[in-house]
Each structure stands twice: as structure tokens, then as C-alpha cells.
Design a protein around this ligand. Sequence first.
Ligand code: AMP
Ligand code: MG
Length: 398
Amino acid sequence: MVEIEEAKGLIDRNVFRNKSVLLHLAGAYGFVTDEDVFSDRDYPPFNRAAVDGFAIQHKELLSQNYLYTKIAEIHAGELRNISPSPNSCVQIMTGAAVPSSYNVLFKIEDCKVNGNQITVPAGDCNIYYNIDTQGKIVRKMDKISSAGEHCDVQLITVLASAGKSTIKVIKKPFVSIISTGNEIVPLESIPGPVQIRDTNFHTLNYFLQKKNITVDNYQICRDELDELKSAIDKSSGSEIIIFTGGVSAGVADFVPQALEHAGVEKIFHKVKMKPGKPLYYGRNQKSHYFGLPGNPFSVMVGYKLFVERAIDKLMGSDTRKDLVLPLSGERFLKGDRSEYFPVKIFNNIETGTLKVQPLHHKGSGDYTAAYKSDGIGFHDLSKPNLKDGDLISCILWE
Ligand code: AMP
Ligand code: MG
């Protein structure tokens, strides 16, 4: 049996980053980039109108002339070369390219329009007023993002503007899920009197979908050594194989044994925690094998703590930092293991702070344990009696 931190360290030392692949930007969400990106041009690429209005020459404004004659109209996407004549103005739409001599732009709402005669507001203003000058935001060849960044919507917005239609990212792993147990039936079947629906596949599948990972191989396997061995064979193309059930001390808990037969090296079996103590992790040259105890809440905790850590490492993500927040109310730990418990995080509007509310459940066999929770809180064995306001670490589901 290993301590929780020891188990995390063992995963960190055994899992290494995948190679990179080139992806279209539209499919890159959730990946980590593996290249620095430089801007291919100035942005804006031209002096761009920030408002709809009339542009004049700044030097004429200094002569206190407020009446101008409109000589042209310029729309977005139009390239116009206009030679400036005295006391002239051009009407310009937002997003259009402003001709170089016209370098002050007044909002249409602030001007008086009488046919082609335009009166602009009195008073001085800076050159390029209401004009976003070329390269104001980004200069050609500026570094706009670095290798190792997470493709979230914020980064994708920037990459799309920089014309990055394909991006080098770190490959995601192929994943197999093997739900074990003679009692387990797929969701589509009507369970017999002593059968249980396969909840765990759906829980894990959803966690993986949140990372843009689709499950390559899903099997339900009986508690029989030969069946388990053939399930292990069928999943050999995956880098992550997740078993649920079959890792405890029952006489039919064959997963560790089947993995040993398949030549998988056990890295740890059993972690000093609650729920999920019988958790298993092993590996061979190509793949990482996780055996999560079968109860749905144990599966959720085991996935978030260990499987997700390994997937993040394969995909080049930094290890997630736990949130540290004050507890609401008291909590007492019985037994000799640290415990993860479901929590709701709420905003105390009087103090403007977040607090963590423990949710009650009926043990690890309670499939509703995590229902309505935002994540899990950690009750460390070193502090069995937690008081209101004590800081605790939390991991959010999303
Ligand atoms: P095990 O870890 O195999 O001893 O299973 C522990 C408990 O989890 C048992 O009550 C199982 O019926 C339940 N269980 C195991 N696998 C699943 C599953 N895929 N979906 C829902 N419950 C499960
Ligand atoms: Mg079982």
C-alpha cells in the first residue's frame, strides 16, 4: 500500500509526454501546443476605422476649420487611394481601411450632416483619433503564443486571427475501458434481479469527452481470468487502459493477476485513501493500466486523482493545481485513512468569498454520492477534526 502523494509521484515518474501531431485548428481544442507561434503580419494589417464616421486631415483641424466636404465613401474590405484635397473628408465604415492622409475620425453621431457638407465637433484631438493604426495590437513576427499552452477558446481565438489553420499539438492517448464483473450489464439491457448497470463506462466516457478523447475500445468482461486476458489483448493498441472493478480482495478479483500474466509491471496496488483503496496502476513499454475499484464514486475519485494525471502528462499538460478553500461547518474523520468527500462550492455573498460545503452520502456504494456536487474535498488524516473556516484542498469535476 502506498500513500496518496507517493502514488502521484509514481505516476509522474512512469508516464512520459507523447509525440506531436499536426491538427487543423478546428480539432485542436483540449490539446497542448507543441510549437511557438509568430504573427504572419501586422494586426491590424492597415489603419483601421474603429467607428463609423467622417475622417479628415489632422493638420486641418489645427486651423480650427470644422466644415468639410465629403468626397468619398469607404466600406470595409475596400482598398481606396484618395488624394486629399483641402477641407475634404471621407465617410468611413467601421473596419474599413483609412487612407493615409486622413488621420482623424469623428463618429457619425458627433457630426452634423447636411448633404455633402459635414460639420465635425469643435475642439482638438490627437492624431489617429478613433483609428487603430497598423500593427497597434501585434507586429509581424511577434511571438503570440508559446509551445506548451493549452488550446482553450482564448488561445484558439488568437491563433485563428494569426492565420494558424493547422497547429502542432501533443498527441492524445488511445483509451480503452474494461468494465469487469459478472453482475455488470450494458445500459441498453434490462438488468436481471442480481445484475447492475454499467455506470462506470459512462462516467469515464464523459470525463474523457471533456478532454476531447473518444474511447477506442469498450468491453464488459466477466470475472474470469481467460476473459480478462483476452480483453487485455484486445486493448493492446491503447496507451491508457482503465478497468473498473475486480481489483479488491474478493476471490474473483482477477484484474491484477490477469495483468501480471500479460507481462504488465505492477507499480502500485492499494492506496491509503478512502474511497478507492484497492486502486491498481501498472505499465509496460507502451501502455498504462489503471484498475479502479468498481463503485461509481470510487471510479470518479480514482479517475480525477490518478488517471487524469497520467492523461495530462501524456498530453503535455501541467499537473492540475487543487483549489484551496475554507470549509463551511465542521467535519470529523473516523478511521485511519485520508478521505475524499463530495462538496458543493458556494459563494458567500456577505463576505464575497467562496466556501466548501461537504455533502452527505451513504458510503462508496452510493451512486448518488457525487450528485449535485461540484467536486471533491480532501480530509487529511493529519487533521481529523476540521473546524469551520479551515482550509481544505478541492478538485472540481469540470
Ligand atoms: P468491485 O470493485 O468489483 O468489488 O465492485 C464494487 C462494487 O461496485 C460492486 O457492488 C459492483 O457491483 C459495483 N460496480 C462494479 N462495476 C460497476 C460498474 N461498471 N457500474 C456500476 N457499478 C459497478
Ligand atoms: Mg467486481
